[in-house]
Design a protein around this ligand. Sequence first.
Ligand code: ATR
Length: 271
Amino acid sequence: MSSKRKFAVIGNPIDHSLSPKIHKLFAKELGQDITYEAIKVEKEVFESRVNRLFEEGYEGLNVTLPLKELAFDYADTLSEDSKACGSVNTLWKDGSKVFADTTDGRGLVRDLTEKGIDLKDKEIIILGAGGSARAIIASLLRQDPARITIGNRTRSKAEALANQFSSPTNQIKVVDLSQDLNFVPDLIVNSTSAGVLKENVEFPKNLFSKQAQVYDLSYSEFHTPFMELAMQSGAEICYDGIGMLIHQAALSFEIWTGQTPSINFDKKDLL
Ligand code: ATR
């Protein structure tokens, strides 16, 4: 019988996932004998399929769209970050219990830190108020920014997020995308799916400046549409989300194996 430890990413669609490549690079670097597959799982059969994967000996699963909320409901024990954002991207079994965490927000912060972007006392604006935004806000707040502002096409969703994460010790504001900002952001995060959907995104006319660093949670081989837009509008420092993807994977790998991969590859190795 094979002694390889078994891991997988589940989602639908899943063919495009870079996780198998990333985890195999980690395993190679750290001398771990693992398999890591991409497995398509339909929402409707989530529970029975995941039960079966654990029965078949998978030790850990990454979970991607559209299954992150179902994984949240499925787990026996949730990390504080998972509880805060209501979704899960990492599952693992210990004894008879299934544990869960979400590593997206910490992955983003690690990537920002690696890029020398310190968030303390900074003005952050997030465009979009869907699952991706919800997954990062708790981690961003822990960096003690001056304020987080959310702008979303559907304002009520931004308000719901702001209410969810507001506390006496932090400031979360909501803005209308059709109006000028009354502050200069230090970091602009695009969490909308507009680029992936090949749609234009509305934004406040004075959003971009030389000062603001721009981070798009999506990624592509070259500049993403949002990065192009930002540079045409005066932004000078723009990143896509490939670094976050690699760091969130590294955090999952650490949870499962106790080993910390060095992030010594970049998107040219992946895309
Ligand atoms: P994800 O999990 O990727 O965050 P999601 O939960 O479906 O996906 O959220 C997508 C986000 O992108 C939402 O904030 C959505 O805005 P609405 O709440 O108004 O739907 C935003 N979005 C998608 N297409 C957009 C577009 N063309 N312009 C602006 N925002 C867009």
